[in-house]
Design a protein around this ligand. Structure first.
Ligand SMILES: *Cc1c(COP(=O)(O)O)cnc(C)c1O
Length: 250
């Protein structure tokens, strides 16, 4: 395997790429938050990004996240954990214990359970609604056509603060198609925003990963979730996280 460059060097490259993407469309790079995604990444390497000031961290699996929460509990600075994976209802209790934001709300049942659990604890939670813009069966997320009514329903749960939308782009090298999905998410965000629902803001558009973050930025991302471009390739394949995906990117 090729020796990965240092995390710092990789992040410098990411910054330059964000800068260029922003220049192409006249955006300010300060509007774009980098969220390191640390699945499969050893805690010692997570400490490196924390030290560099990236403290909002994304994890895809509950058990792995819980392990890391413990392993990093005495670290300064502390990470703020975002749960970005598929959430099962029997894991709702667990996620409430460590997550500052859950980005993957796509079923009413999950929203209801979260609300109930938060109520018991006297807490609230920021959430994003996950939308399946690519239409791939293998990805979780609400259908774009159902997103507005879904947001309305989630907004009824007083313990959940809807803060925006999240998507996983189409796994493809057909960039115009990938871009179309990101554009769709932004337009959905604009439409929902225009409705001025109580308990709903559209401040976050969480979209863009290692393969497509520049496109996502060009289409309006405020938060990019990137793993491999910072930490190097994973040894687990993507089908481990998204069962049944077809990918023509590698
Ligand atoms: C793994 C993961 C990412 C980051 O993917 P990379 O290709 O490593 O950048 C982003 N979002 C979610 C939901 C993920 O599970």
């Amino acid at each position: 395997m090729i020796e990965a460059k240092s995390i710092k060097e990789n992040l410098d490259v990411v910054h330059r790429r964000i800068q260029s993407a922003c220049e192409r469309v006249g955006r300010n790079p300060d509007e774009i938050q980098i969220m390191p995604v640390t699945k499969t990444v050893h805690p010692s390497r997570i400490k490196e990004v924390l030290k560099l000031g990236f403290t909002e961290i994304g994890e895809n699996r509950i058990q792995e996240a819980e392990r890391k929460v413990v392993e990093l509990q005495d670290h300064d600075p502390q990470p703020t954990w975002h749960f970005i994976g598929h959430l099962q209802s029997n894991k709702v209790k667990n996620v409430v214990r460590f997550a500052t934001m859950v980005q993957s709300i796509d079923r009413l049942k999950i929203a209801r359970r979260l609300n109930k659990e938060l109520k018991k604890k006297g807490e609230t939670l920021d959430v994003l609604i996950q939308v399946n813009v690519s239409g791939e069966d293998s990805k979780y997320g609400i259908n774009p056509g159902d997103a507005t009514s879904f947001v309305k329903e989630v907004a009824q749960f007083e313990r959940l603060n809807v803060k925006g939308l999240m998507t996983i782009g189409l796994f493809s090298n057909d960039w115009p198609k990938v871009r179309k999905g990101f554009k769709m998410l932004r337009e959905l965000g604009d439409e929902i925003n225009a409705l001025k629902m109580e308990n709903v803001s559209m401040e976050h558009l969480s979209m863009g990963m290692t393969n497509d973050f520049e496109l996502a930025i060009e289409e309006g991302a405020t938060m990019i979730r990137i793993g491999r471009v910072i930490f190097g390739e994973r040894t687990t394949s993507d089908s481990f996280y998204w069962p049944g995906i077809k990918t023509d990117t590698n």
